[in-house]
Design a protein around this ligand. Structure first.
Ligand code: CA
Length: 426
């Protein structure tokens, strides 16, 4: 539902919000922040400021005002979608109408002086594999038939590790793992030499479902509270040795970086687009995965970018090097299909669960979401502006992921920062 909160002409009395690349008044993302000496609490980003929602709880719709009392957004995520819509409308009014500026002033804080935290206590984290170009590219490196027969029938996924999810900015310690080098018989245990990134979106689960009660595909969109950027760090040498027969394990659960703001499903309404038609010959999804409304509006027009710097680049004041410009429209399955599939067996999702989409690569060489693809499995190094070469990540490298939702006639909105630097394990 598109309403007055999405109006491109709407402005805020917070000056920095006008034309802000990520957080104009049309966005109003939700997160958890703290200032020095104060406990973490819910906030919304507006321009280069953060509004303390706890401080203005008495001005918010009653159920939202109660739900934001704690140090996480789980309570708010668990509210019905119409409650989140009411909160958004209220925040939009408070931040656009100058008459509220004096009352809100004491609760506005420069974002640069705030620390961001995980927006929710993530009970469970599942990572899917819906980027079909990524799945095809990786498959080509592994076997003659890139896509396995189940790919076009099932949104493939595995259960990840919630405890190692961190917000943007927390350094990633190079993991140690068991690997078997080429042309050897016995494995060894060592720091990974093939540390990779994976460009993904994270889907925040809103209201969950009772154990044994699947979420129908027609309702699945109401269980999606918002999106976030996600980097599924991966140790390819560890992965290659351990992944059969049960799938990824220690190669991926050492650290996952997310952007700290939940860009709500309501904010993303103008950026919903039809799911790309399946190529001729692909099977029609089974009925529990097929909904006409989801096919018409279940994809998102979100540009995704990956960039990097090395320590030497930063020392020389160089701008980050873009590695990829990808697009969320390259997903073979929609977020709603992920939710419907996850619960078809009765598995219960909970408010604050996180679903990764899997690596999102486009069909273009300039839109690849992992170094595994960009360097053809480590065979074709990239050259940095310093002349340094990379196949996989070295200590000191920083990966920056950004995302922007765009639609004709609407103000673009962004996701904020999803970045982290690799540090030595020792
Ligand atoms: Ca992944």
């Amino acid at each position: 539902m598109i309403d007055e909160t999405h109006d491109a002409k709407l402005t805020s009395w917070v000056e920095s919000a006008q034309g802000h690349a990520d957080f104009p008044i049309q966005n109003l993302p939700l997160g958890i922040f703290s200032r020095e000496g104060a406990e973490p609490r819910p906030g919304t980003a507006i321009g280069n400021q953060i509004l303390d929602l706890r401080g203005i709880a008495h001005l918010l719709p009653p159920r939202s005002g109660t739900a934001i009392a704690g140090p996480t957004l789980n309570g708010l995520l668990g509210l019905p979608a119409d409650e989140r819509r009411a909160l958004r409308q209220r925040l939009s009014t408070l931040l656009s109408d100058t008459r509220h500026a004096a009352a809100l002033g004491p609760y506005m804080h420069p974002a640069a002086e705030c620390i961001m935290h995980l927006p929710a206590r993530v009970g469970d984290y599942t990572d899917f594999y819906v980027g079909i170009h990524h799945a095809t590219n990786i498959g080509k490196l592994l076997r003659p038939t890139p896509l396995l027969p189940n790919y076009k029938w099932i949104p493939i996924g595995y259960h990840g590790r919630a405890s190692s999810i961190r917000v943007s900015g927390v350094p990633v310690v190079r993991p140690v793992g068991q690997q078997r080098l080429p042309d050897t018989v016995e494995p060894l245990v060592a720091p990974t030499d093939r540390l990779d990134l994976e460009l993904e979106l994270g889907v925040w689960v809103g209201g969950g479902n009772a154990l044994g009660s699947p979420i129908p595909i027609s309702d699945a969109h109401t269980h999606i509270a918002g999106l976030t950027l996600l980097n599924d760090w991966s140790a390819r040498d560890v992965q290659a040795w351990e992944y059969q027969p049960l799938g990824p394990f220690l190669a991926k659960n050492f650290h996952t970086t997310i952007s700290p703001w939940i860009v709500t499903a309501e904010a993303l309404e103008p950026f919903r687009v039809p799911q790309a038609p399946r190529p001729d010959g692909d099977p029609r999804p089974l009925p529990y995965l097929w909904d006409a409304n989801d096919q018409a509006r279940g994809a998102f027009a979100i540009e995704l970018e990956v960039a990097m710097t090395s320590a030497a680049m930063r020392d020389q004041g160089m701008e980050p090097l873009r590695l990829s410009l990808s697009d969320a429209r390259a997903m073979y399955w929609t977020a709603a299909q992920m939710v419907a599939h996850h619960t078809v067996n009765g598995c219960n999702l909970m408010a604050g669960d996180l679903l990764g989409t899997g690596t999102i690569s486009t069909a273009c060489p300039s839109g690849l979401g992992s170094l595994m693809e960009i360097t053809a499995g480590g065979m074709e190094p990239i050259t940095l502006p310093t002349g340094e070469q990379r196949t996989f990540l070295l200590d000191g490298d920083e990966i920056l992921i950004s995302g922007t939702a765009r639609a004709e006639g609407f103000a673009p909105i962004g996701f904020g920062s999803c970045r982290a630097t690799i540090v030595s394990h020792a």
